[in-house]
Write a protein that binds this ligand. Structure first.
Ligand SMILES: [Mn+2]
Length: 447
């Protein structure tokens, strides 16, 4: 599953062979995505490349402390350049160039100083693609680039893509891939790659080390998540040797929260509700709460993690946020006993990953009542999933007599669950557990 030596050398060669590089993390970027993008930016620039780094949709002001932040742009400047060429071979000299727009037409007026421009001297062609290579970081699928992808689909088909990621759900888009689902963060994948190349190793500055450590710290929630491996800890130690400024990261990520955020977290934690029998924990933040605390719905990021660490013994954790623009957003996390992606899809047409998903409800009269209705539906869906799982297990275990009854095997291990932050290893390995940086998956999905 980890990138092979040939994957690594193909990626290195792609950087060596291409000059104009475009680096992009996912929309609604998190510290791992942005840390990865900026680390690439600084290293490739040190290698003498022309590097553009774009942060799709919104620049997260809270990450302004990251080295290289001021080099970020929010959108591509020019997706396409169309070039009109005038051949000056026959001694023609151009004095002036003007253009006039009329009737949905652009007239380009060429005034020669010497000689005469003939129609046959003019050739048309698109100026080629503005980039030689796209380096995509921390992004499991192309649509997660948000409007950057939606508005420039042709760019992604015309320019080769190097896809660097650690999500097990990565769709393996792009011509080149460095995907390591055992890595705790995308920056961990980058670290292994960067340090493999002796010439690059020397270019790892304190700034680059700080960026790489930022992704590792945040995607493991300070090494608390089960995706933290001995390798992650080793890399963290090596990054400190490279001069990574750990205190600066901790100070900016964990100790700098606006008062409005703390207040809204407090409100949500106060409102925690639980149905222990059904195995579901939820909380809600209304539009009135947001207005009262002077907070935005974006600041509810992170509350879900708090819910999970507050009450870990549930199969499903949900945070309902009433949105400023109307409607509600539900963000869900689950233990491996429940597939919340399927649950979101079946109940409200949402989606995501098996252990991290979300849905929206566009319109309702009363937020509180709507939340009750949602919880009700989710509980029914959970029951259906459990019954189906139970049935397929008993069929697998007792293959011969269909009338032998259900011997409800291993009910406890599954139904009690361990919470998404728990030790997933006790349970049957399922598609999407364990190595995920669950925090960043939720961020990708639910905004
Ligand atoms: Mn990540």
């Amino acid at each position: 599953m980890t990138p092979s030596t040939s994957d690594l050398s193909a990626a290195t060669k792609a950087i060596a062979d291409n000059q104009r590089l475009l680096i992009i993390p996912h929309a609604n970027v998190d510290p791992d995505g942005l840390g990865s993008a900026l680390a690439c930016y600084l290293l490739f620039q040190a290698l003498g490349k022309d590097v553009t780094v774009v942060c799709p949709d919104t620049l997260p002001e809270s990450l302004r402390f990251l080295p290289g932040f001021s080099n970020l742009t929010e959108d591509l400047q020019e997706a396409q350049q169309f070039v009109i060429t005038i051949n000056l071979k026959d001694g023609v000299e151009v004095d002036k160039l003007r253009y006039a727009v009329e009737d949905h037409k652009v007239n380009i007026i060429v005034v020669p100083k010497k000689g005469k421009v003939q129609p046959q001297d003019i050739s048309l062609g698109d100026g080629g693609k503005p980039y030689d290579l796209i380096v995509a970081v921390d992004t499991a699928d192309l649509p997660l680039f948000g409007s950057l992808y939606a508005e420039h689909v042709d760019l992604f088909t015309g320019v080769p893509v190097l896809n660097i990621d650690h999500h097990i759900s990565n769709t393996r888009y792009g011509q080149l891939q460095l995907i390591d689902p055992t890595a705790a963060s995308a920056t961990e994948v980058l670290y292994s790659w960067f340090t493999q190349n002796p010439g690059w190793r020397e270019l790892l500055t304190e700034d680059i080390a700080t960026l790489l450590l930022t992704g590792l710290i945040t995607d493991t929630r300070s090494f608390q998540n089960p995706n933290t491996t001995p390798r992650s800890l080793e890399i963290a130690a090596e990054l400190l040797d490279f001069g990574a400024r750990q205190q600066e990261i901790i100070q900016n990520i964990y100790k700098t929260k606006p008062l409005s955020t703390l207040k809204i977290w407090g409100r949500a934690l106060n409102r925690i509700q639980m149905d222990a029998k059904a195995g579901i924990v939820w909380s809600l933040v209304s539009r009135d709460d947001l207005a009262e605390m002077g907070a935005t719905s974006k600041e509810t990021h992170g509350i879900l993690d708090e819910l999970i660490s507050t009450i870990p013994n549930a199969d499903v954790h949900v945070l309902f946020t009433e949105l400023e623009e109307g409607g509600l957003k539900a963000s869900m996390r689950s233990s491996s006993a429940i597939d919340v992606s399927a649950l979101a899809g079946q109940t409200y047409g949402g989606g995501g990953h098996p252990q991290a998903a979300g849905f929206r409800v566009a319109a309702f009269e009363n937020f509180d009542l709507q939340v009750i209705e949602c919880v009700q539906k989710l509980k029914q869906g959970m029951e259906t999933q459990r019954a189906a799982a139970e049935q397929s297990r008993s069929q697998q275990q007792i293959p011969v007599p269909p009338s032998a009854g259900t011997s409800s095997p291993s009910k406890n291990t599954v139904a009690s669950g361990t919470g998404a932050e728990g030790d997933g290893k006790k349970q049957t390995p399922k598609k999407d557990t364990g190595s995920l940086g669950a925090t960043d998956v939720v961020k990708e999905l639910t905004d």
